[in-house]
Design a protein around this ligand. Structure first.
Ligand SMILES: *[C@@H]1O[C@H](CO)[C@@H](O)[C@H](O)[C@H]1NC(C)=O
Ligand SMILES: *[C@@H]1O[C@H](CO)[C@@H](O)[C@H](O)[C@H]1NC(C)=O
Ligand SMILES: *[C@@H]1O[C@H](CO)[C@@H](O)[C@H](O)[C@H]1NC(C)=O
Ligand SMILES: *[C@@H]1O[C@H](CO)[C@@H](O)[C@H](O)[C@H]1NC(C)=O
Ligand SMILES: *[C@@H]1O[C@H](CO)[C@@H](O)[C@H](O)[C@H]1NC(C)=O
Ligand SMILES: *[C@@H]1O[C@H](CO)[C@@H](O)[C@H](O)[C@H]1NC(C)=O
Ligand SMILES: *[C@@H]1O[C@H](CO)[C@@H](O)[C@H](O)[C@H]1NC(C)=O
Ligand SMILES: *[C@@H]1O[C@H](CO)[C@@H](O)[C@H](O)[C@H]1NC(C)=O
Ligand SMILES: *[C@@H]1O[C@H](CO)[C@@H](O)[C@H](O)[C@H]1NC(C)=O
Ligand SMILES: *[C@@H]1O[C@H](CO)[C@@H](O)[C@H](O)[C@H]1NC(C)=O
Ligand SMILES: *[C@@H]1O[C@H](CO)[C@@H](O)[C@H](O)[C@H]1NC(C)=O
Ligand SMILES: *[C@@H]1O[C@H](CO)[C@@H](O)[C@H](O)[C@H]1NC(C)=O
Ligand SMILES: [Zn+2]
Length: 342
C-alpha cells in the first residue's frame, strides 16, 4: 500500500521532469495526490504559524540596531569542509563543527556549524531559491546550518536551536566562474547517486564560496526548517547580496545528481513553496535600503506570494519541489510510520 502511494508520483515524475518525488517515504511535492498539502507528517509542525521560507517584502522590513556584524570562525579554513554527499534530495557538505562557528549578528549565543546544502530549480533558467525578496526568486540558495552551542541535539520546541544562514545565488553569463564554485561543482560527478559521498577536505573554504557578499547586510526573522517535520526552531538570516555564479555551473546541479540511481530522475526544484508570514516581522540593519526601497507601491507580491497553502502555483517553477534539510530522517520515518498506523 505504501508502495502504491509512492509509485504514483514517482512514475509521474519520470514523465514530467518538473515534478519531483521523494525516494524515501518522508514527503514529496506537487504531484497529484502527493505534494506539500499532503505531506503525511504535516500534522507535526508544517502547518504551524512561523514556517519558512517566506517572501521578504522590503517595504515592510523594520530596522533593528541589534543586527550588528557577525563573527565567523573557520570560514576561511579549508579543513572545515569534510565531504560532499548526495542525499537524494540535495547536495550537502558536512562541516567540522569543532573548527567552525558563527556568533554576533544579533544572535544571543554562539552557534556551531554542522553542514551546508543547496536548493535549486531546474537549470539556470528555472530559479530555485527558497526565500524570495519582493517576489524575486534567485537561481539557488545556500543554507548553512548552525546549532546553538549549548545543546547537542535540538529540542523540537527550542525556538532558537538553529541559526541558518541563507545566501542567494544569482546566475551570470560567464562560464566556469568563480573558481571556488567551479571547484565545488567539479565534485558533483562523484556523487551522482543517492548515498554517494566524496571527501573534499582541504580543497576550498566556505569564505571562497560566499565571495561578493557584504555579510553585514541581512534580513532576520524567526522561522522553521523547510523540510518535514518543519520544526519551528530556526533564527533565520538571509543575506541581501547574492553570490554570483555562472550559468554553466548552476546547470550542473540539475543535470548531474540523481534522486536515487543514475536511472532515476535528476534532483530538480528541491525548494519548498512560500509560507504565510502570519504577522511576523522581518528586521534588518537601520542603515539598510530603507529609502531605496521606498517605492513600496509595486508590492503586488504581498498577498499573492504569501498565500500559505501553497497549492496555487501549479504553473510556476516553484511548484515541483523537494527539499531536505536533513532534520533527522529517522524522525521523519517514524512520523511517517505513525501516520500510516493511525
Ligand atoms: C533506489 O535504488 C536502490 C538501488 O537500486 C533500490 O534498491 C531502491 O529501491 C531505490 N529506491 C527507490 C525509491 O526507487
Ligand atoms: C496536491 O494533492 C492534492 C491531494 O491529492 C490534490 O488535490 C492537489 O491537486 C495536488 N496539487 C498539485 C499542485 O498537484
Ligand atoms: C496542526 O495539525 C495538528 C494535528 O491536526 C493540530 O493539532 C495542530 O493544532 C495544528 N496546528 C496549527 C497551527 O494549525
Ligand atoms: C535590542 O536588544 C536589546 C537587548 O537585548 C533589547 O532589549 C531590544 O529590544 C532589542 N531591540 C530590538 C529592536 O529588538
Ligand atoms: C582565518 O582567519 C583567522 C582570523 O583572521 C586567522 O587567525 C587564521 O589564521 C585564518 N585561518 C586560515 C586557515 O587562513
Ligand atoms: C555523508 O556521507 C558520509 C560517508 O558516508 C557520512 O559519514 C555522513 O554522515 C554523510 N552526511 C550526511 C549529512 O548525510
Ligand atoms: C580545488 O582547489 C584546490 C585548492 O586550490 C586545488 O588543490 C584543487 O586541485 C582544486 N580541485 C579542483 C577539482 O579543481
Ligand atoms: C529616508 O527618507 C525619509 C523620507 O523621505 C527622509 O526623511 C530620511 O532622511 C531618509 N533617510 C535617509 C538615510 O536617506
Ligand atoms: C503608494 O500607495 C499609496 C496608497 O495606496 C498612495 O497613497 C501613494 O500615493 C502611492 N505612492 C506612489 C509613489 O505611487
Ligand atoms: C490580503 O488579502 C486579504 C484577503 O484577500 C485581505 O484581507 C488583506 O487586506 C490583503 N492584504 C494586503 C496587504 O493586501
Ligand atoms: C490551509 O488550508 C487548510 C485546509 O484547506 C486550512 O484549514 C488552513 O486554515 C489553511 N491555512 C492557512 C494558513 O491558510
Ligand atoms: C501554464 O501556463 C501556460 C502559459 O502561461 C498556460 O497555457 C497553461 O494553461 C498553464 N497551465 C496550467 C496548468 O495552469
Ligand atoms: Zn535548506
Amino acid at each position: 500500500m505504501q508502495m502504491n502511494v509512492q509509485l504514483v508520483p514517482f512514475l509521474i515524475a519520470c514523465l514530467l521532469s518538473t515534478v519531483y518525488s521523494e525516494d524515501s517515504e518522508e514527503f514529496c511535492y506537487n504531484s497529484p495526490g502527493c505534494n506539500a498539502t499532503t505531506w503525511p507528517i504535516a500534522q507535526l509542525y508544517c502547518n504551524g504559524t512561523r514556517q519558512s521560507p517566506i517572501n521578504i517584502v522590503t517595504a515592510d522590513v523594520k530596522s533593528d540596531s541589534n543586527l550588528t556584524a557577525f563573527s565567523f570562525t573557520g570560514f576561511n579554513d579549508s579543513s572545515t569542509l569534510r565531504n560532499i554527499n548526495n542525499t537524494g534530495k540535495s547536495v550537502i557538505i558536512d562541516l567540522e563543527g569543532k573548527k567552525m562557528s558563527v556568533s554576533g549578528g544579533g544572535l544571543q549565543n554562539t552557534y556551531t556549524s554542522e553542514e551546508f546544502h543547496i536548493h535549486w530549480g531546474n537549470g539556470s533558467s528555472f530559479s530555485g531559491s527558497e526565500h524570495t525578496v519582493d517576489g524575486k526568486q534567485y537561481a539557488m540558495e545556500i543554507h548553512i546550518l548552525n546549532l546553538r552551542s549549548d545543546v547537542s541535539v535540538a529540542a523540537a520546541n527550542d525556538s532558537t536551536a538553529y541559526a541558518v544562514l541563507g545566501f542567494f545565488i544569482e546566475a551570470t553569463n560567464d562560464s566556469g566562474k568563480p573558481e571556488s564554485w567551479k571547484n565545488l561543482t567539479s565534485f558533483l560527478s562523484n556523487i551522482s547517486k543517492k548515498g554517494d559521498s566524496f571527501d573534499i577536505m582541504n580543497q576550498l573554504t566556505v569564505d571562497s564560496l560566499l565571495q561578493g557578499v557584504d555579510r553585514t547586510k541581512y534580513y532576520r526573522y524567526l522561522g522553521s526548517r523547510t523540510t518535514p517535520p518543519c520544526n519551528e526552531i530556526v533564527v533565520w538570516t538571509v543575506f541581501k547580496d547574492p553570490v554570483k555564479v555562472s550559468k554553466d555551473l548552476i546547470d550542473l546541479f540539475s543535470n548531474t545528481v540523481h534522486i536515487n540511481t543514475t536511472a532515476d530522475p535528476f534532483i530538480t526544484n528541491n525548494h519548498r513553496v512560500l509560507q504565510a508570514l502570519n504577522g511576523r516581522v522581518v528586521t534588518s540593519q537601520p542603515t539598510s535600503s530603507a529609502n531605496t526601497t521606498s517605492s513600496a507601491n509595486t508590492t503586488s507580491s504581498a498577498n499573492t506570494t504569501s498565500s500559505a497553502n501553497t497549492t496555487s502555483s501549479a504553473n510556476t517553477t516553484s511548484s515541483a519541489s523537494t527539499l531536505h534539510h536533513t532534520l533527522s530522517i529517522s524522525t521523519a520515518l517514524l512520523c511517517y510510520v505513525l501516520f500510516w498506523c493511525l
